[in-house]
Design a protein around this ligand. Structure first.
Ligand SMILES: Cc1cc2nc3c(=O)[nH]c(=O)nc-3n(C[C@H](O)[C@H](O)[C@H](O)COP(=O)(O)OP(=O)(O)OC[C@H]3O[C@@H](n4cnc5c(N)ncnc54)[C@H](O)[C@@H]3O)c2cc1C
Ligand code: SF4
Ligand code: SF4
Length: 374
């Protein structure tokens, strides 16, 4: 398949532009959706990087290059298709909101909006399933196709760790969940309406697949994108690093990333670390990733800017608005109450300012890291 400059693209281009320069996020998208997948042209290596194992079987179609979230050949097309506007994508509505269900809020990361939205979509028949990331073992999260409200609620939260496991952890743990692998799994299902919850790089891959018409991306009808500064690698070294920075691991109840890394301790007190301090334990690819707010999602969500117990929601398009307004109408989510319309307007302006500042910060960090030699 020719790239923007008319040159035929292949895995060699992906190798050069992304993998060799340390920008591969190990999502597996290129291997999972390789046109020569049945021929075994590509495989994931033990360290999670894609490899061209059978060069003669590569069809030189360029699909691997195009769907990679770290290439930009399809930017113009995806931006036009999903109504992208500067500086951080489309924005139809912004608010701080939370689930009305105390049961959801008690297991959620912030206000439980993601979980409440998914449950509403399922109950109203708008979706048949959702790709979520429940905790798999100890600290790890793994993607799963949830088809019941119970499964969706069981996947709520993205706490990086309950304490007792933090200290015992010997193997590599990353806060990244390989959601794109679950998209591949949809091909064997009879599902036609599926929601996906993912970090911005995963949202990008899905949007690129949709732009290229790659099966089964057409069944992903609702995309909820999480805000994301970075995914952390919490292997032994990562944990030791946090310990040295003063995070008392045995007392940590919950880790969350908002304006900073927030470690909530068993007694309710908090330890905060500035995001810059996390660079040494961020996945290397994340440092060159420019998308903070899941710019191509239908709805984007994070904790940034909202009071504790609330989720910041950016509704980006009609699809997002239908889902959000239906959950509001049915009383499954509620917005933060304000003392006056003026106070509500000021709060919305503050949310947008904060998100914009983080988007710029992440874009500048990415530009800095992209200039550095591999
Ligand atoms: C790796 C990561 C980094 C983040 N960084 C930031 C940040 O810098 N700033 C910020 O404001 N917010 C960040 N968030 C988002 C924030 O932590 C909350 O997920 C968001 O506010 C939604 O809260 P909620 O209570 O509405 O979601 P919930 O109702 O708790 O639902 C969360 C949903 O996310 C899914 N999920 C959990 N972990 C993952 C994962 N690793 N990959 C894909 N899906 C997952 C769960 O299965 C669940 O469906 C990040 C999230 C993740 C996973
Ligand atoms: S980021 Fe994903 S699609 Fe891109 S090279 Fe790495 S594994 Fe392949
Ligand atoms: S910063 Fe977040 S969105 Fe970007 S590559 Fe890392 S995990 Fe993906």
């Amino acid at each position: 398949m020719p790239g923007a400059r008319g040159k035929a693209l292949s895995f060699a281009d992906l190798q050069q532009a992304v993998i060799d320069v340390g920008r591969c996020g190990k999502c597996g998208g290129c291997v999972s959706f390789c046109s020569a997948g049945g021929l075994g042209a590509l495989a994931m290596s033990e360290d999670g990087l894609p490899l061209l194992v059978e060069p003669r079987r590569c069809l030189h179609c360029g699909l691997c290059y195009l769907i990679c979230p770290f290439t930009h050949e399809l930017d113009e097309e995806t931006h036009a298709r999903f109504g992208w506007q500067a500086p951080f994508g489309a924005c139809r509505h912004v608010a701080s909101a939370r689930a009305t269900s105390g049961a959801i809020r008690s297991v959620a990361t912030d206000g439980g909006v993601v979980t409440a939205l998914l449950v509403t979509l399922l109950e109203t028949g708008s979706i048949e399933a959702a790709i979520v990331s429940p905790r798999r073992d100890g600290l790890r999260r793994a993607p799963r196709i949830a088809t019941t409200a119970e499964e969706i609620i069981a996947a709520a939260g993205c706490q990086l760790a309950p304490t007792e496991h933090l200290e015992q952890l010997g193997q590599q743990y990353t806060t990244y969940s390989p959601t794109i692998a679950a998209v591949k799994g949809l091909a064997g299902e009879r599902l036609r309406k599926v929601a996906l919850v993912g970090v911005p790089c995963q949202v990008r891959t899905v949007r690129k697949m949709q732009a290229l018409g790659i099966i089964p991306s057409e069944v992903i009808t609702h995309v909820i994108g999480l805000f994301c500064c970075e995914s952390l690698v919490l292997d032994e070294q990562g944990l030791e690093y946090l310990r040295r920075l003063g995070v008392p691991l045995p007392q940590v109840r919950k880790l969350n990333i908002k304006e900073c890394l927030l470690a909530t301790l068993q007694d309710g007190s908090e330890v905060r670390l500035p995001l810059e301090a996390l660079d040494p334990i961020a996945r290397r690819a994340c440092l060159s990733c420019p998308d903070f707010s899941s710019e191509l999602a239908d709805l984007s969500v994070g904790g940034l800017g909202s009071p504790p117990g609330f989720t910041t929601v950016i509704v980006r398009n009609d699809r997002g608005w239908q889902s959000y307004s239906e959950a509001l109408r049915r009383g499954q989510i509620e917005e933060l109450a304000h003392t006056s319309p003026q106070a509500a307007r000021e709060h919305r302006a503050q949310l947008l300012q904060k998100v914009e500042a983080f988007c710029r910060w992440k874009q500048e960090r990415a530009a800095r890291h992209q200039r550095q030699p591999a």
